[in-house]
Design a protein around this ligand. Sequence first.
Ligand SMILES: [Zn+2]
Length: 44
Amino acid sequence: MIMKITEFFRNLPKKQCKECGNDMEEQHECYGNICNECLHVTDL
Ligand SMILES: [Zn+2]
């Protein structure tokens, strides 16, 4: 049984913001699952 590592990552669900539910890119790991927009809102 051979499973390519790329296939493994493709099967992973996209990260979603827990605040607005929008798809987000994995950039702010330290902030958990909150997108930039929500971060800016809470930053004010
Ligand atoms: Zn958000």
